[in-house]
Structure formats: C-alpha cells, structure tokens
Design a protein around this ligand. Structure first.
Ligand code: TRP
Ligand code: SF4
Length: 403
C-alpha cells in the first residue's frame, strides 16, 4: 500500500432523490473506481438536506432510499465501501458541536456558498443557525473519519478548505500540553550539553530547510537516549516536527473530473433544468426523450446538411459510440446522407445498454427492501465504530473525560 492508498476517502451527497446519467458519468463512476483503491466512506447527508428543507421534511427519507438504491445499482459495493446515512451516526453532531465552540463566525460567513445559496433560494429564510453551520457540519463529517481525500466538485472545494483550517485550529488549541516548548527544552537538557546542542541544530535544519535527513538523525538521537523517560522522549520527538500533536489530520480535496454528460437539451444535465435521463428511466421514456432531442437547427429539412459540433446528440455519440459510428455521423450529417432520427438510433441503444444492468440491479433492491435495510444498518454500525474512536480522542484532547 502506498501512502495515498492508505488514506481514507470520504464523500457525501444530499438526498435529492433518483439520480441521473449526469451523476453516473461524474461522481458515481469515480466513486466506484475509488472504492477499489482506498478505504471509502460514502454517506447520504440528510442533515445537510435539512438546512434548506427544514420546513418540509417529507421528501427527505424517500429520497435517501432512492439514492441508496441508485448507488448500489451502479456498482458501489457494500463489501468494499462503507455506506451510511449521516443522521444514523450521531457522532457527527457531537463533533460539529465541539468544533463550533472554536470556529470563528467570520470563517463561515465568508464562504462563497453561504451568500450564493441565500441569493439563489431567495424565497426561503436561510438566515438560520443551521444553514450558517453547513460547512462546519461538513467539516465534522470529514474529520470524524480522519479522511485524507475528499472527492468533491468545484463548488465544494471551499468547504474542504475550511475543514483544513478548522482541523489546524483544533490541533493548535488542543494538541499541545501547556508549556510544551519549555518542557521540551527541559527534556533536551537531560540529554547532556553536547546532545542538546546537536538536537537543536538538527531540529532547526529540518524546520527551516526541510532537511529530512536531519529529522531522521535527530529522531535516532532521541531514541538512543538511555536516561530520559518515555514522556520526555515523546515530547522531544513531537517538538522536532512542530509543537502540536495532530489529532485531526487536514484533508485534501480530490476534484471530481467534470462530467461530459450533457442534458438532452445540450445544457449541463441537471434536475433543475428538467433535461435529465434518470438511471431508472423506463426504456420507452429514454427512447422518447432522445427522439425529441433538439439537433443542429440548420437541419430544418431532411436534405439540409448539418454540423455535429452544433448538435447535442453529437455529445452523446462522444460518450456512447465507437469510432466507426462517429465517422458515420460526421460524414452523414455534413452531407445530409443520414437523418437525425437515424443518427439518434445508436445513441438510444447505447444509453439503454448502459442502463439495463443498472436497472436490473436496482430492481433487486426494490423487491427486497430488507436486504437494503440490512446493508445500511451494517454500514452505519461500521461507520459509527470509526467515528467513536475519533470522538474519544477529541474528548480526551479537550479534557472532557469523566471517569
Ligand atoms: N455538501 C456536499 C454537497 O452538497 C455534501 C456533503 C456533506 C459532503 N458532507 C460532506 C461532501 C462531506 C463531501 C464530504 O455536495
Ligand atoms: Fe445532430 Fe446527428 Fe442530426 Fe447531425 S445528423 S444534426 S449530429 S442528430
């Protein structure tokens, strides 16, 4: 296992109901791949949904199940990834609360999505405590699993960034003993004058010049000391690469490659544009939607030549067709040898072929809701076990242990 594959991956989605081809070709295929490379945690962020849907919660739970069925149907494998529902792991909420104590309001207020979303959802009162805390709840989601990599789209990068700041601040405040530096220097004295001087030189070389060899030498020096106790040894080692203990590691975002899947109108595929093909769209409806897709407006009559570059159907060919078919489209379109209905036929077949196994797998879970429930219960339990470990360390660092 190399360093990066040893990192945990965590990502979440708000429950928006049934997913579509845009999700498949963006987020989901990426998740399916990642689950074979990392320990992955994928969850449905139902609490995040509440930040904007607090006044009508009726659609949240059905959407959660719809989404989970789609995840499983596209090949997120519950024996490779831990799948769970956020609110079934209440540890996220405790960490959120604890982090909220030390997070400056201004950090949350300056995040672009805060004002943007308030603007966008104008008819909803989003001047709430929960909505302001959205990114901090997300930080808790990430930090409680000590995730190293967070696959997200461009719009979520700022949330991973604030997570790093929150973690850094937490470690700075709670990851240090009182008088750490003085204690470390006192411990250094116990190594004798010569060794103390060498230790300080090596530390300086590492900290100022990033000299890894100096760090190694200094560590070996500390380890070789006979007459200092374990606590002092730990202090001396800790002081070498900083003076804070990392309780919550800082995650990196892993930018999800942009989906090349356009909607049936050529815009980005999105529910709000009403231009989607759902993963569980019935075949007749898939056919109907593609048949009625707009094409190059220059092709008014069948005999008018067109240009695939100006046609959304061509973008589908780029995803679903092989080279031969694409050449056939290019030539046939420009010379008006083929009609648009003809041209769309291979796309229809391509989409149907892609959806068939997905829909079959979805059907199994629809027919056996108990199997779905039990996969989820197991995922939630596994997630909780990991979350509890982190929370224990956090409580301890904050001095919230009562025994
Ligand atoms: N805010 C994310 C979105 O809207 C969903 C989310 C919640 C998330 N918690 C997360 C994503 C933690 C990654 C990590 O897409
Ligand atoms: Fe589009 Fe194909 Fe019609 Fe050309 S022939 S305009 S590529 S649908």
């Amino acid at each position: 296992m190399n360093l990066s594959s040893s990192q945990r991956v965590l990502s979440g989605m708000r429950p928006t109901g049934a997913l579509h081809l845009g999700h498949l070709h963006g987020v989901l295929k990426n998740w399916v791949k990642l689950q074979y490379e990392h320990r992955c945690f994928f969850f449905v962020a139902d609490w995040h949904a509440l930040t904007t849907l607090y006044d009508d919660t009726s659609k949240i739970s059905p959407s959660v199940w719809e989404m989970l069925i789609d995840w499983l149907a596209v090949g997120i494998n519950p024996s490779e990834s831990t799948l769970f529902i956020q609110s079934k792991v209440p540890e996220h909420a405790e960490l959120h609360l604890l982090l909220s104590m030390s997070t400056p309001l201004s950090w949350l207020e300056r995040i672009p999505t805060y004002k943007d979303q308030q603007q966008k959802l104008k008819d909803k009162d989003l001047s709430t405590y929960g909505f302001l805390g959205y990114p901090l709840l997300q930080s808790a989601d990430i930090l409680i699993y000590k995730a190293g990599l967070v696959p997200v789209g461009e719009d979520q990068v700022a949330h991973v960034e604030i997570t790093r700041e929150v973690a850094r601040r937490f470690n700075y405040i709670y990851g240090r003993e009182k008088n750490f530096e003085k204690k470390a220097l006192d411990a250094a004295k116990k190594m004798g004058k010569k060794n103390k001087k060498l230790y300080q030189e090596l530390r300086k070389r590492y900290q100022e010049q990033g000299d890894d060899e100096a760090l190694e030498t200094a560590r070996a020096l500390v380890e070789s000391q006979q007459n200092i106790n374990l606590g002092d040894k730990k202090r001396l080692l800790g002081y070498l690469d900083g003076d804070t203990k990392i309780i919550l590691p800082e995650p990196d975002s892993l930018l999800t490659p942009m989906s090349k899947m356009p909607g049936i109108d050529g815009q980005k595929m999105s529910k709000s544009y009403n231009n989607t093909i759902a993963l569980r769209e019935p075949p007749s409806s898939v056919e109907q939607k593609i048949r009625t897709m707009p094409t190059d407006p220059a092709r008014v009559r069948r005999t008018d030549p067109g240009d695939p570059k100006k046609c959304p159907v061509w973008d589908f060919h780029k995803i679903y067709s092989d080279d031969d078919t694409r050449t056939w489209v290019q030539n046939g379109c420009k010379s008006a040898d083929i009609g648009c209905i003809e041209c769309k036929q291979p796309v229809i077949e391509g989409v149907l072929a892609e959806l068939k196994p997905i829909q079959e797998r979805a059907q199994q879970y629809i027919e056996d809701p108990d199997a779905l429930r039990s996969i989820m219960n197991e995922g939630c339990e596994n997630a909780r076990a990991v979350a509890r470990e982190t929370l224990d360390e956090v409580r301890q660092a904050m001095g919230l242990v009562y025994r």
